[in-house]
Write a protein that binds this ligand. Structure first.
Ligand code: NAD
Length: 506
């Protein structure tokens, strides 16, 4: 693969001993009740990097019981916003202190580049600080215009016990988009990281204890969707589930949670389009398209995996995209210059390749990539940067989440046609537009069916701005003040003033 930029370092810096991850239940580190464990193998280096306790029903039950008790005793929910903020700020400082260690484990388990992992951990501590600031803003409403006999209050209260279930692609960042907001609101939590990436959530547990979080307020159960995730979604002692992951599992969670009608917040998949008009700053657009599709090896809900290019510029734009793609450093995620690392599992690598081969068989062209990437000296799985053209919007590769470094190209001639292609999707997570004309950008932003629209940029995010999807990309929002609201219930208190009430029975 000499025409690609493949990065390989000769000496793999893998620790001799795997990280040992255990459950955090009621303030204590515990193995599983049945002593079961499972291993995580580094997707880029092929060696075992973590041995984790494998949770069963008994462990999930103990964690839920601890979270319930901590909530009902008011160990956290009845503290002041100021006290909660103080703990969250301490956690943020500790995350900064442990940034290197967290990023290293994140890279070993997920295969993402170390430079990116460090940036994500930095972003995560910023979110903990932002959530701390929100903890002191919680307030409801007062109604003083209900007539002289009444005063009405709307109190904001924590939802209660929250189950937090996270995926493998951004393990530390995603738990940090949920947990600090739940804690700011006064909730208690049971957290289950993905079975692929348990270590950094366990490190977060260590930091929470060090910061002084009371026992039972945050519990962590390691293991698989079945039985741990299913118990966390069906148990009646849980008041809310917040889940990030695949749309299929999201639907299973909605149905499991319906038995007790608990609140459900979902951040699911996407098939996110970027539309490129001929008047765009094409240098920036090409760079953003390449970033959008290869970032995190395309294993990203926000992957810009579908570009919709104006016909007049399509041929040249694709040629430039292919040229720039060849320069992206793919390879060993422990090398600081690497921008794209490994694919999470061999099974997932096959799934990505199947999409590409099926598209080819249906008449699509593949001007770049389309197969496994060999990285010298490494025993993991990598996929080549891949561009697929001559695609119709009906093909699975243009509609479904490939979750790999694979770009699909469609073309359009009018803005109406572009919008139609954008909105012809089951997903509605994010969408982007590239044009120097503000009217084009604004019209696009108003008509695109998506939770986030980027104009002349891609994937910029801020703790202050809400994030989430519509249609099959999910429900509810994370981040911003909306992210806090998810974890609050409104309680109405209606008060009669004085003794003026007319008796109902004369
Ligand atoms: P996944 O749905 O397979 O697993 C996510 C989590 O759910 C894991 O912890 C898993 O153990 C657990 N789980 C599995 N089955 C369960 C069940 N029946 N009940 C309860 N929990 C269960 O997703 P993944 O493969 O880890 O992550 C990739 C997916 O996540 C992609 O579809 C991606 O788009 C999505 N994602 C979305 C966002 C977003 O913010 N919208 C962000 C990142 C990832």
């Amino acid at each position: 693969m000499s025409e690609l930029n493949v990065v390989s370092i000769s000496e793999a810096k893998i620790p001799a001993e795997p990280f040992v991850a255990r459950h955090l239940i009621d303030g204590e580190w515990r193995g599983s009740a049945d002593a079961a464990t499972f291993e995580r193998t580094s997707p880029s280096h092929g060696s075992v990097v973590t041995i984790a306790s494998k949770g069963g029903e008994a462990d999930a039950d103990a964690a839920i019981a601890a979270a319930r008790l901590a909530f009902d005793k008011g160990r956290w929910s009845r503290t002041s916003g100021k006290d909660r903020a103080t703990v969250l700020l301490k956690v943020a400082d500790l995350i900064d202190r442990e940034r290197e260690r967290i990023a290293f484990m994140e890279t070993l388990e997920s295969g993402k580049p170390i430079s990116q992992a460090k940036a994500e951990i930095e972003g995560a501590s910023d979110i903990w600080r932002y959530a701390a600031s929100l903890a002191r803003t919680i307030h409801g409403e007062s109604h003083n215009s209900l007539g002289q006999d009444f005063l009405g209050l709307v109190l904001k209260e924590p939802v209660g016990v929250v189950s937090i279930i996270t995926p493998w692609n951004f393990p530390f960042l995603i738990v940090s988009q949920k947990l600090p907001f739940a804690l700011a609101a006064g909730c208690t939590a049971v957290v289950k990281p993905s079975e692929m990436t348990p270590a950094t959530t366990v490190i977060l547990g260590e930091l929470l204890l060090e910061a002084g979080i009371p026992a039972g307020v945050v519990n962590i159960v390691l293991g698989f969707g079945d039985p741990v995730g299913t118990a966390m979604t069906a148990d009646k002692r849980v008041d809310m589930v917040t889940f990030t992951g695949s749309t299929g599992v999201g639907k299973a969670i909605v149905s499991a949670a319906s038995g007790t009608l608990k609140k459900v917040s979902l951040e699911l998949g996407g098939k996110n389009p970027q539309v490129i008009f001929p008047d765009a700053d094409l240098d920036s657009a090409v760079d953003a398209v390449v970033f959008g599709v290869y970032f995190n090896a395309g294993e990203c809900c926000n992957s810009g995996s579908r570009i919709i290019v104006h016909e007049d510029i399509a041929e040249k734009f694709v040629a430039r995209t292919v040229k720039l793609s060849r320069r992206v450093p793919f390879g060993d995620p422990l090398d600081p210059s690497t921008k794209v690392g490994a694919i999470i599992t061999p099974e997932h690598q096959n799934k990505i390749d199947t999409y590409v081969q099926e598209a080819k068989a249906s008449g699509a062209e593949v001007p770049l990539g389309g197969g496994a990437l060999q990285v010298p000296g490494l025993n993991g799985q990598f996929y080549q940067p891949t561009v697929v053209t001559n695609v119709s919007s009906a093909m699975p590769i243009a509609r479904e989440e490939v979750f790999g470094p694979v770009l699909t190209v469609l073309t359009f001639t009018t803005l109406d046609e572009a919008i139609e292609l954008v909105n012809d999707a089951d997903y509605g997570l994010s969408a982007g537009v590239w044009s120097e004309n503000v009217h084009t950008c604004l019209e696009f932003a108003r008509r695109a069916n998506a939770g986030t629209v980027w104009t002349n940029t891609w994937m910029d995010g801020f703790a202050e701005l809400p994030f989430g999807g519509i249609k099959e990309s999910g429900q509810g929002r994370e981040l911003g003040k909306y992210g806090l609201e998810e974890f609050l219930e409104a309680k109405t208190v209606t008060m009669r003033i004085g003794r003026s009430r007319e008796p109902w029975v004369a």
